[in-house]
Design a protein around this ligand. Structure first.
Ligand code: CO
Length: 291
């Protein structure tokens, strides 16, 4: 049987948002889109040449029930958390944090000469993993493998697999794929996806067609959600294109969402808020670096 190329279901230009203590960012999708992107909950793109847009940062705040994936293209972000991790991530680095039963952390962009640019993606945890031990994974740029395809694309494999190269992050239930793809003009990018997976792409720079049948190319900043199918095919226009490609198995579970806490029921949210007030929110301290 012929393989079907995924068509674009919907495009998301993103919405200007102020988050944290006053960071200007662009939100591609969030709680209004539930359950469209299941198991993905939110994608923010932050970045500016003007430090006033980001220096306020994201001071100490909690998370529970999700994973947060922070990918920095440029600039520096200082972080610290209740597991005892502390450090600075730079362009090309990524942190994959499983909040599980609860973590409190801060993410503070620093003033640098270059442009701050990066992404934060939230991935929902299945009910069975929401209250598990939190874990933090810091991936420095050299630990993320890069693959060159015979059609000229360069692919950084963060999670999942691309052309038999496995990314450092592997997860059982959602089996997320997280790729940073650069395709030069005249190149084509293809990637096989599980038919039932939720798949989306965010165009970082350039222009590209994410759907062979779509007459209008996407421009930088746009997020496209794909329809079901066997593979994704992307053709950049004359400037080439760089984009994130993210895929995962949907959870099909109820979503109860309150700020940085995402559970299955409103009772669980109330309990989380009660625990935050009483100081019982964080159950695990000390490093639990996951391999
Ligand atoms: Co956070």
């Amino acid at each position: 049987m012929a393989e079907t190329v995924r068509a674009v279901a919907e495009r998301f230009p993103g919405v200007e948002t102020i988050e944290g203590a006053g960071v200007r960012l662009r939100r591609s999708f969030s709680n209004r889109e539930v359950p469209l992107f299941d198991p993905f909950l939110l994608l923010d793109r932050f970045g500016s040449e003007n430090p006033d847009d980001y220096l306020a940062g994201f001071p100490w705040h909690p998370h529970r029930g999700i994973e947060t994936v922070t990918y920095l293209l440029g600039g520096e972000v200082e972080h610290g958390d209740t597991l005892g991790h502390q450090g600075v991530i730079r362009g090309g680095d990524l942190q994959w944090m499983k909040a599980g039963s609860g973590i409190i952390h801060q993410e503070m962009p620093k003033r640098t000469d270059g442009v701050l640019q990066g992404f934060q993606l939230w991935i929902n945890l299945p009910r069975s993993e929401k209250m598990t031990v939190p874990a933090y994974r810091g991936l420095s740029a050299p630990t993320i493998p890069s693959v060159e395809t015979d059609k000229g694309a360069r692919v950084r494999v963060v999670a999942g697999e691309f052309q038999k190269v496995e990314g450092p992050v592997q997860r059982e239930r959602v089996e997320p794929t997280y790729l940073d793809v650069t395709v030069p003009a005249g190149g084509v990018f293809e990637h096989r996806t599980r038919p039932g997976d939720t798949v989306f792409a965010h165009l970082i720079s350039g222009t590209a067609r994410f759907d062979p049948t779509d007459p209008r190319p996407s421009s930088a900043g746009e997020t496209v959600l794909f329809k079901p199918g066997d593979l994704v095919r992307v053709s950049p226009d004359q400037d080439g294109a760089r984009f994130l490609l993210v895929a995962g198995r949907p959870l099909h579970e109820p979503v109860a969402w309150y700020g940085p806490i995402v559970m299955n029921t409103s009772d669980e949210l109330r309990e989380a808020v009660r625990e935050l007030r009483s100081g019982a929110f964080v159950r695990h301290r000390g490093p639990t670096v996951e391999e």
